[in-house]
Design a protein around this ligand. Structure first.
Ligand code: F6R
Length: 608
């Protein structure tokens, strides 16, 4: 997730922008840059890597004179992290500088159009298109030009623009990407988050989607898309900087749980066009698709659990046999891999050593590799034949939540894409699944709005010694994830079992009062699950049932129930994971654990 800061006023902009960007470092970034109007033109400084490199380059800002400017920390999406791809992006003539968070979905066609009209591009970014469109449509008025540019771009964005033609003005706009306006005296600010400007002002406007703000040193005017002035009510921030970084939440993990609807929307919407799955990022030809003999999924930890879901989903939709391997085991079992095998690698960081090593081994054996990765330009992304990026933004909490959810969303997209290409699903089924997929963010939102129910349940069981999770089929994969989430952050011992396997041994661990979280979301297996629930109840277990709204009869057996909305069976894991994440979070919080940095764990595991 990139960070934006903009300033117009009486102070030197460059040092102020650098300080603001520093406060956004927590969001994760791979490069940074600023643009400042120096009295005659726009001065641009950008650099790949840490902010310190940029800061040293411009002597902490002292080297750049001017009182209006924009700054940016970039988290690469289109184009690898590099000086050129960093923001601000500048138009051909150098008159317009743009910073942007989000994704311009139709940038390829706009770029092509502009190139055909003689515009020269220097970067691989979607953002450069915005800067070039400003130049192309500029008619002497910044607001009019902004409206013309916005009429062309599709996607999500928070944009800040300055121009040497209007150095007394800074324009910004948002759609599906956060942007705030800081209200000062004789100076005003924009930022993608409050910490960036908190040392200058605590009075803020939150821009809504499709609102454009025109800042001058002594005025702020907000317009809608019809160019009408919108009246806004400011709010006063009374949080401290550290909670402001977490969006007012106590932990990054909670913030990231709450960000899931948005992250999934960002991941799927560029890939759904008129009810069809469009995976421009996958270059498999018809022949390649026909020759796939099996899919092998390689991943670790939670990403491996996504892989377990992927087995059920891909086999059901694309009718291709799927094996799932822990990346750390794969290399040491003499795997049967050749050119007919499609290897699917899943990794948030793109740097997990075991996963990277397994990927390289698979490639050495001749497999074609598609990866699902969150970090652009990471080692796994670089070594793969094709990359399907999750657009979750940086994940700061060690325990993954939004990356997991977006990985799963990509698995659905891939399964439906393969199913459609291989004619293993009908047009009608595809339509139903696509509709279900599009509805997931709203359904997750609905679950998040019932967080107090989970909080209450956590308050009843946070002192447990052992907690079990059981389920069948997709609910088994979800049990593994629910159990991992709980144990890694709350340090409570937990086991996940395939419900039918309990009676082969594990059931001996159930004692009076042991909590068994029983997942029963799959219609087809509901009755079977109820038999397993009765088995543990008969041994004294307390049962927390997780099912869909249509299975109210679970109340006869379970002690507590949490309902999730109904959808297609294969999509239910996307909903079921949310209460499991919240349960782990609240239990850990009630135990006073260090939630974002659990003991002994690291975010990116770069050792084998
Ligand atoms: C658990 C968790 C880990 C990661 C695993 C793989 O909450 O985050 O189990 O899923 O370390 O990491 P990536 O996805 O970066 O390869």
């Amino acid at each position: 997730m990139c960070g934006i800061v903009g300033y117009i006023g009486y102070e030197q902009a460059a040092p102020l922008l650098l300080k603001g960007l520093e406060k956004l470092e927590y969001r994760g970034y791979d490069s940074a840059g600023i643009a400042v109007y120096d009295g005659s033109g726009l001065e641009i400084y950008k650099s790949k890597g840490r902010l310190k490199i940029l800061s040293d380059m411009i002597e902490g800002g002292a080297k750049v004179k001017g009182t209006v400017g924009i700054g940016h920390t970039r988290w690469a999406t289109h184009g690898e992290p590099s000086d050129i791809n960093s923001h601000p992006q500048v138009s051909d003539s150098g008159r317009f500088a743009v910073v942007h968070n989000g994704i311009i979905e139709n940038y390829m066609s706009l770029k092509e159009y502009l190139i055909n009209h003689g515009v020269e591009f220097v970067s691989e970014t979607d953002t450069e298109v915005i800067a070039q469109l400003f130049e192309y449509y500029y008619d002497g008025d910044m607001l009019d030009t902004m409206l013309k540019v916005l009429a062309k771009v599709e996607g999500s964005y928070a944009i800040g623009v300055i121009s040497q033609e209007h150095p007394d003005e800074l324009l910004a706009v948002r759609k599906d990407s956060p942007l705030i306006v800081g209200i000062g005296e004789g100076e005003n600010f924009i930022a993608s988050d409050i910490p960036a400007i908190l040392s200058h002002t605590r009075d803020i406007y939150r821009l809504e989607d499709n609102e454009i703000v025109a800042l001058k040193a002594d005025s702020i005017t907000v317009y809608n898309m019809e160019k009408e002035v919108v009246s806004k009510t400011p709010f006063h921030v009374d949080w401290d900087v550290s909670s402001a970084e977490k969006g007012g939440y106590e932990h990054f993990m909670f913030k990231e749980i709450m960000e899931q609807p948005e992250a999934i929307r960002k991941t799927i919407s560029p890939r759904l066009k008129n009810g069809k799955i469009v995976l421009d990022d996958v270059s498999l030809s018809k022949e390649d698709l026909e020759k796939i003999s099996k899919i092998v999924v390689l991943a670790c930890g939670s990403a491996y659990h996504v892989g377990m879901n992927a087995k059920y989903i891909l086999e059901k939709i694309a009718r291709i046999p799927v094996e799932v391997d822990l990346a750390s085991e794969f290399r040491y079992r003499d795997p049967i891999i050749d050119e007919s095998v499609l290897v699917l690698v899943i990794s948030q960081s793109g740097e997990t050593a075991d996963t990277l090593a397994a990927l390289r081994e698979a490639k050495r054996l001749g497999a074609r590799v598609i990866s699902i990765v969150n970090v652009v330009g990471s080692s796994i992304a670089n070594d793969s034949d094709d990359v399907l990026y999750t657009w979750a933004g940086p994940e700061i909490a060690v325990a993954t939540t939004k990356a997991y959810s977006t990985q799963l969303a990509v698995v659905y997209l891939l399964a439906l894409y393969l199913g459609e290409k291989r004619n293993t699903i009908t047009t009608e089924q595809l339509e139903r699944y696509v509709k279900g997929l599009e509805n997931l963010p709203n359904q997750i939102q609905e679950i998040l709005e019932h967080q107090e129910t989970i909080q209450y349940l956590a308050s009843q069981y946070f002192n447990s010694r052992d907690i079990f999770f059981i389920g069948r089929n997709l609910d088994y994969s979800m049990s593994l994830e629910g159990s991992l989430k709980l144990k890694e952050i709350s340090y409570i011992h937990s086991e996940a079992y395939a419900a039918g396997e309990l009676k082969h041994g594990t059931i001996s661990l159930i004692e009076d009062g042991t909590l068994v979280v029983s997942l029963a979301t799959q219609d087809m297996l509901f009755d079977k699950m109820m038999s397993n629930v009765k088995e543990v109840k008969a041994r004294g277990a307390v049962v927390l049932g997780l099912t869909t709204e249509k299975h109210k009869e679970i109340e006869k057996t379970a002690d507590h129930v949490f309902y999730i909305p109904s959808t297609e069976d294969i999509l239910l894991p996307s909903l079921a994971v949310v209460p499991l994440q919240l349960f782990a979070y609240y239990v850990a919080s009630m135990k006073g654990c260090d939630i974002d940095k659990p003991r002994n764990l690291a975010k990116s595991v770069t050792v084998e």
